[in-house]
Structures are given as C-alpha cells and as structure tokens.
Design a binder for this molecule. Structure first.
Ligand SMILES: NC(=O)c1ccc[n+]([C@@H]2O[C@H](COP(=O)([O-])OP(=O)(O)OC[C@H]3O[C@@H](n4cnc5c(N)ncnc54)[C@H](O)[C@@H]3O)[C@@H](O)[C@H]2O)c1
Length: 272
C-alpha cells in the first residue's frame, strides 16, 4: 500500500465527507446565551449564531433595546430569541436570569461572555469604585455565568464557553489599567477553566478583539479613532460583523479540539 493510500484510509475512518464539512459551522438544535447581547459585538454574534440555526438568549442591562432586538431577530431568523434584562455584576440578578433562560429556552450549549464597559484615564486618577466596577463586570460577571452554566455543561458533558477579552490582555495600552488588568484576569480564568472542563468535553476559549467600531469605541474622539485606524496594520478599525466568524468557529464543531485558546481578532495590532 502506498503512503497516499494510508492517509486516504485514515481520512475515511475519520468521516471527512462533504456533508460533515458543511455542518462544521451549523448550530442547529443549539442554544446560545449571550451576555452583552444588546451591544455591538454581542448583538453581531447573536445574529450570526441565530442565522447558523441556534436559539438565542440575549442578556443585557439595556432591557428595552434587547426586547426590540429579540423581536427583530426572531422574525428574521425564525429562531427562538428571548431577551432577559440582567445586571451581570450582581449575583442574584445573574442567577435569576440564568434560571429563567433555562426554563424558557432550555440548557445552554454555547455561553458568550460579552457584557462590558470601559473607563479610560490614568491609573492615578481612578477611584476604588471605578476600578472595582470594571472587575465586577468583566471578571466577577464572567465568573458567575461560567460557574452556573459551566456546572450544567459539565453534567451534560458538552458545551462551549467564549469569553470576550481584549488585546489589552496581551499588550500594554495607556489609560486603561483597570480594564486591561480585568481582561488579563479573564484570559487567565479562561485558560484555567479550560483545563478544569476539558475532561468533561466542555471547551473554554477567549476572543481578544482589537479596535472594533461599536458604541464602546465610538466613545473615542474622531481623531483618536483615526489614529487607531492608522496604527492598525490593516489600516482600519474592525466591523462588528467581523467577530461572527471567529465566534462561530469557537462555538461550533469547527473547533471541536480547541480549548484554552485566545483568538486575536485585531487587524494585526498585536503582531507588531
Ligand atoms: N469594541 C471593541 O473594540 C472591543 C475591543 C476589545 C474588547 N471588547 C469587549 O467586547 C465586549 C463587547 O463590547 P462592545 O464593543 O460590543 O461594547 P458595547 O458597549 O457595544 O456593548 C457592551 C454591552 O454590555 C452591556 N453591559 C455592560 N455592563 C453590563 C452589566 N453590568 N450587566 C449587563 N450588561 C452590561 C451593555 O449594556 C452593552 O449592551 C466587551 O467585553 C468589551 O470589553 C470590545
């Protein structure tokens, strides 16, 4: 038998067919819970997942906005989409929302932790409350959802968790010390949880976006956004829709052997 025959045989045994490849990004029959689902990146991911066949739970503090978005998304994608107001920084609020989600839509197959805000100024000007508010959302918020949803995923021996970190978890950027250190903590939580969950077939990964045009970065003055675009090797900021592919990859069978990874989506910013 030739070497070519050997590899061809292995491929057949592993069921590489046109149908299995087409299904790689299919989320039919899955349910995704998305915190920050009313925001720029969270809503883009929700649209992407719904178009890929998933039912969606939008979790966000903007109650009216997610209610409206859920109606629109449900009509256009013909998926079940519900909106649940939550303050991700508050344990009782998170627990209540997750319980309602489970009763209304079912168990979570894909959890995306995308809720977040930023406070930009030099470290020496931060109050303790401002500092803590960033940790309460980015670190404790993700801890709360990962703990409750992760426990169910472990029981069911299946699931994918995606934590939205940031390039600030990888490189130094001035005036975001609290945000950046919280994102660094979230990245480390991602890796540690990935190890804890791996034996139960639950995958835990991070997406680290660079500068993407969302309400969060529209807070920057136009000249700052222009500088950011110039400093990005691809010469522009990212679009929210450009987060869909990376999120779908990590959520789906495409990434069935990927855990503990951080997928940087930054137009080359951290490659410099
Ligand atoms: N846009 C970027 O360039 C960029 C870059 C790196 C990382 N990120 C991260 O991506 C995630 C999404 O950011 P975005 O750009 O879509 O911002 P966004 O402001 O458009 O969306 C964030 C969403 O989180 C929600 N939220 C904030 N605090 C909350 C709380 N306590 N409880 C519930 N919901 C809360 C907001 O209501 C909002 O809908 C954030 O974690 C952010 O830090 C964004």
């Amino acid at each position: 038998m030739t070497k070519l025959d050997d590899s061809a045989n292995r491929a057949m045994q592993d069921d590489i067919s046109a149908e299995s490849v087409r299904r790689l990004c299919d989320l039919s029959g899955k349910t995704a819970y998305i915190t920050g689902g009313g925001g720029g990146l969270g809503s883009a991911i929700a649209w992407g997942f719904a178009h890929a066949g998933a039912d969606i739970v939008l979790l966000d503090k903007q109650a009216e906005a997610i209610e409206e978005l859920a109606g629109l998304m449900s009509t256009q994608t013909r998926r079940k989409v519900i909106a649940l107001p939550v303050d991700i920084a508050q344990e009782e609020s998170v627990e209540a929302a997750l319980q309602t989600a489970r009763q209304a839509v079912g168990e979570c197959d894909v959890l995306v932790n995308g809720a977040g805000h930023n406070i930009r100024k030099p470290l020496v000007d931060f109050s303790v409350d401002e500092f803590n508010s960033l940790y309460a959302v980015h670190v404790q918020g993700a801890f709360l959802t990962c703990r409750t949803v992760g426990a169910r995923m472990r029981e069911r021996r299946s699931g994918s968790i995606i934590n939205i970190t940031s390039i600030t978890a990888h490189v130094g950027i001035e005036n975001v010390s609290a945000y950046a250190s919280a994102k660094g903590a979230l990245l480390q939580m991602t890796k540690t949880l990935a190890l804890e969950m791996a034996p139960w077939n639950v995958r835990v990964n991070a997406i680290s976006p660079g500068y993407i045009e969302t309400p969060l970065t529209l807070q920057h003055a136009p000249e700052v956004r222009e500088r950011v675009a110039r400093d990005t090797p691809m010469g522009r900021m990212g679009r929210p829709s450009e987060i869909i592919g990376p999120a779908l990859f990590l959520a789906s069978e495409s990434a069935s052997f990927v855990t503990g990874a951080s997928l940087v989506v930054d137009g080359g910013w951290t490659a410099v």
